[in-house]
Design a protein around this ligand. Structure first.
Ligand code: 5GP
Ligand code: ZN
Length: 114
């Protein structure tokens, strides 16, 4: 997708601090970390937001959650706990229109979020 920052990261046009990659997903460090561990997990397929999810996307979304579990373990935050969150739309705080899951950990997170 043209003009999508995350598609450009996937394509290698914009560099990122990669944590994990396979044929379906990419995980990389957030450029403005909000916690000691803050990575973004994205599907390589461009999906603009949760509002645009189709039935056929159910596999990739569940795959992201399964990989998130593995990544949390590898990043050493599994036992203490962490948060996997996605923002949708303007009021939800979404600033990049390519579905992504924030994985936050390494500190005690507040609830509710702001
Ligand atoms: P959102 O606000 O859409 O939920 O999250 C977008 C996230 O992407 C933000 O946490 C922001 O810091 C991160 N971000 C935006 N542009 C870039 C970039 O070019 N590289 C990386 N690594 N993260 C980015
Ligand atoms: Zn995209």
């Amino acid at each position: 997708m043209e003009n999508c920052i995350f598609c450009k990261i996937i394509g290698g046009d914009i560099p990122c601090d990669k944590v994990y990659e396979d044929d379906r997903i990419l995980a990389f460090k957030d450029i403005e970390p909000q916690a000691p561990v803050h990575i973004l997990i994205i599907p390589k397929k461009h999906i603009s937001s949760l509002n645009d999810l189709a039935e056929e996307d159910s596999k990739i979304i569940s795959y992201i959650f399964l990989k998130a579990k593995e990544l949390a373990k590898n990043l050493g935050i599994s036992e203490d706990g962490y948060r996997l969150v996605t923002n949708c739309g303007k009021a939800g705080g979404q600033t990049v229109d390519h579905v992504h899951f924030h994985m936050l950990g390494g500190r005690n997170l507040q609830w509710p979020p702001g």
